[in-house]
Design a protein around this ligand. Structure first.
Ligand code: DDH
Length: 287
């Protein structure tokens, strides 16, 4: 049972499992959203909380949950993530001891595991920060750009080319919304299941520019119901990126392993964990 010393609550793995189980239950209950799950938008919340990290200055990253505040919450890249933050509010109310920073990352871990993805080892220890810690706009990727921009953005966080490609496979999940990013449509036919379909479709489908009034995006020639962003296309037009995309398209097990490793790294960027803190494996409900 949980330790309580002089009013200070020290959460244990079983307490994080309770939070995990409540998020999983809510995911199951609220199935009338988008393609039937809040899972993808929770993953996007955890990623945008983490992806502001700058290794030179040590600023940004998931430690702080500064997207709660208008300057950062209103950044164009974060449009629509209020849906994910509101979804988690009842969980925060029920377990007020957990920081928003830890909760958002835990929800990303839970969403990936519940959507049949790999196990994502979780380490708590993030602390919420004040409004002054909000990061400047422009740290998250701009979908209209290409391979140089991807390297600029992800090298700034400390990732290499293989890791950029592995992270991009998250676009097996979810969709674009014209009301949020201006783009429209899902990347795969199974947007609520973690798969390596993103790479398979990128490599095996023929893609052409969508004819519409919206921002430049690609559509598959076969069904015209799937989409790719210009940045997604860079994953197969850049020679080095493409080699990794080919590996992940062929070998879903390798993708799962590398995706798990790189997501853990993303979620822990810039977090000053207490000495001796350990990763925990939280149990999925769907196995
Ligand atoms: Fe992404 N992403 N993402 N993405 N992303 C969007 C949706 C989702 C880019 C742009 C967009 C990652 C990388 C990139 C998810 C996860 C991850 C949308 C659509 C845009 C635009 C938003 C909307 O309209 O609702 C760009 C650009 C990049 C890049 O350059 C690499 C990464 C690394 C991840 C990750 O999780 C590791 C997920 C999930 C979604 C679906 C959200 C939803 O609501 O559905």
């Amino acid at each position: 049972s949980s330790g309580e010393t002089a009013g200070i609550f020290t959460p244990k793995q079983e307490d994080y499992q309770k939070v995990y189980d409540d998020i999983a239950k809510l995911l199951e209950e609220k199935d009338d959203y988008d393609d039937g799950s809040y899972g993808p938008v929770l993953v996007r919340l955890a990623w945008h909380a983490s992806g502001t990290y700058d290794k030179e200055t040590g600023t940004g990253g998931s430690n702080g949950a500064t997207m709660r505040f208008a300057p950062e919450g209103d950044h164009g890249a974060n449009a629509g993530l209020v849906a994910a933050r509101d979804f988690l509010e009842p969980v925060k109310q029920k377990h007020p001891w957990i920081s928003y920073s830890d909760l958002w990352i835990l929800s990303g871990v839970c969403a990936i595991q519940e959507m049949q993805g790999p196990v994502i080892p979780y380490r708590p220890g993030r602390h919420d920060k004040d409004i002054v810690a909000c990061t400047p706009d422009g740290r998250l990727p701009d979908a209209s750009q290409g391979n140089k921009h991807l390297r600029d953005i992800f090298y700034r966080m400390g990732f290499n080319d293989q890791e950029i490609v592995a992270l991009s496979g998250a676009h097996a999940l979810g969709r674009c919304h014209t009301t949020r990013s201006g783009y429209e449509g899902p990347w795969t036919f199974s947007p609520t299941v973690v798969t390596n379909e993103y790479y398979k479709l990128l490599l095996n489908e023929k893609w052409s520019w969508k004819k519409w009034n919206g921002p430049k995006q690609l559509e598959d020639k076969t069904t015209r119901s799937l989409m790719m962003l210009p940045t997604d296309m860079a994953i197969v037009t850049d020679k080095t990126f493409k080699q990794w995309a080919e590996k992940y398209a062929k070998d879903e097990e390798l993708f799962f392993k590398d995706f798990s490793n790189v997501i853990v790294k993303l979620f822990e960027l810039g977090v000053p964990f207490a000495e001796g803190s350990e990763k925990m494996t939280l149990k999925p409900t769907n196995v």
